[in-house]
Design a protein around this ligand. Structure first.
Ligand code: FCB
Length: 443
């Protein structure tokens, strides 16, 4: 396995960053030293997590971070994208938990010592349970509470952070968590998803000036997930279906952030499905950002049908990942070029991209050629988009290591590093070795 880029690739510029990504709930463990979050509660409900597992120990990262940082240093990454656990940092009365902040101070110092830049996300879905009990993201006040948390975290840790992202994938938090009920907190109802999305976007917009004030030299922005929507056939009704899905799932987040308005599809929503927009909200949400993080895994095909006029066609064919997602690297190039043509974009970072495979460790080796191929194909797609003029500044692979994959528990392995969840032993997969050789041979 060998990863490479042409010598003249824009991705080989000195300031293009290569990194790996994780999130707090998925790796940290050490649940006893923080407040409960919505994912703890969700995991306690029978049938919600495929293997009945939880995040109480996960990768035991908070005890083992020196080893994990050493692995990243060994791989030669420029940057590490992690998230903070809100319930570890903020007490129920809103005051800072210094012990929780200290955990991150040490970790961020460890990263600095290893020469790795910290890209920190404030919210990767682990809402404190007491805030959910008060209404969660369906309640406008949660946006304000998020801003207070962003203020405390960025004052305490700002000098150690290269880049802040307010939110990771508000679509997942809102739509999967409140709209479909397959993520925490497990509510279902389209109107809930849309209302939660508005309060998440508002939280982002309210936090941006706080980050800009506290950390004027950091790159401050947001991470959104995108899946290009393709029609199932040439008929116009499929094209309409794909456009509607794209507006509701992709542009629904990008357009408010970048242009201060929801896509036109909002006019077609029933009155009780629309977000509760107050005067000034859209201006707040569209506060300028220093970067847009783009997460990409796959495309989605839609056909006309279903209650809303569009329904996804289940992926088929030989190129499915362990998640059942189609490997479709050209979708990443298409997406980046399309975003660039629709919007005045800030610099772009690909903040997640990766593949779940049924990896096995045999005699100390994890042979995962399909991951190497996936990375190569997606690097090529980023290279092509950069050559087409998109202002790309980095690529983060999801994930540093196998971890708690939300509703799939520990059954899906996305890591470059294999984790044995019985012993917590870490093993570089072959893809990690190829990634290391690529990163070390770059300059
Ligand atoms: C993204 C999430 C991340 C991980 C990957 C596979 O949607 O941001 O936490 O679960 O998918």
């Amino acid at each position: 396995m060998n990863l490479k880029l042409p010598k003249d690739s824009p991705l080989l510029a000195d300031d293009f960053l290569f990194g790996v990504a994780t999130s707090s709930f998925q790796i940290e463990g050490a649940a006893e030293s923080r407040l409960k979050c919505i994912w703890d509660t969700f995991c306690e409900q029978p049938g919600k997590i495929r293997d009945g597992s939880n995040g109480l120990v996960a990768c035991d990262h908070l005890d083992r971070w020196p080893e994990d940082v050493a692995l990243m240093k060994d791989m030669g990454v420029d940057a590490y994208r992690l998230s903070l656990s809100w319930p570890r940092i903020i007490r129920e009365d809103g005051s800072p938990n210094e012990a929780g902040l200290d955990v991150y101070r040490r970790l961020l110092d460890g990263l600095a010592g290893a020469g790795i830049r910290a890209f920190v996300t404030l919210y990767h879905w682990d809402l404190p349970q007491h805030l959910e009990d008060a209404g969660g993201w369906l309640r406008r006040d949660t946006s304000k509470r998020f801003t207070d948390y962003a203020d405390i975290a960025s004052r305490a840790l700002g000098d150690r952070v290269h880049s802040w992202a307010t939110l990771n994938e508000p679509w997942c938090a809102a739509h999967l968590g409140y709209g479909m009920g397959i993520h925490a907190p497990g509510l279902s109802g389209t109107q809930y998803g849309i209302k939660a999305a508005h309060h998440l976007l508002l939280a982002h917009g309210l936090a941006m000036p706080v980050l800009a004030d506290n950390c004027p030299n950091a790159l401050n922005g947001i991470v959104l997930n995108f899946s290009p929507c393709h029609p199932a056939g040439p008929e116009p009704e499929h094209a309409r279906a794909a456009r509607m899905a794209d507006d509701l799932y992709n542009q629904w987040y990008a357009r408010p952030v970048l242009c201060g308005e929801y896509p036109e599809v909002m006019e077609h929503l029933a009155a009780d499905e629309r977000p509760d927009i107050e005067a000034g909200d859209m201006a707040t949400i569209s506060h300028p950002i220093d970067f847009l993080g783009v997460n990409y895994y796959t495309r989605t095909v839609y056909r006309h049908g279903g209650e809303r006029g569009f329904e996804p066609v289940p992926p088929q064919g030989p190129h499915l990942t362990d998640m059942g997602w189609e490997v479709y690297p050209q979708g990443l190039e298409e997406l980046l070029v399309d975003l660039d043509s629709r919007y005045e974009l800030p610099p772009i970072l690909v903040t997640e991209n990766g593949i779940a495979l049924p990896d096995e460790r045999v005699d100390g080796i994890v042979n995962d050629p399909r991951r190497g191929q996936y990375i190569q194909q997606h690097l090529d797609a980023v290279d092509a988009a950069a050559r087409a003029g998109v202002d790309l500044r980095g690529y983060f692979h999801w994930s540093l290591m196998d971890n708690f994959e939300w509703a799939e528990g520990y059954t899906k392995r996305f890591g470059l590093v294999h984790v044995d969840f019985d012993t917590q032993e870490r093993t570089l997969k072959d893809s990690a070795k190829a990634w290391r050789a690529f990163l070390q041979g770059r300059r």
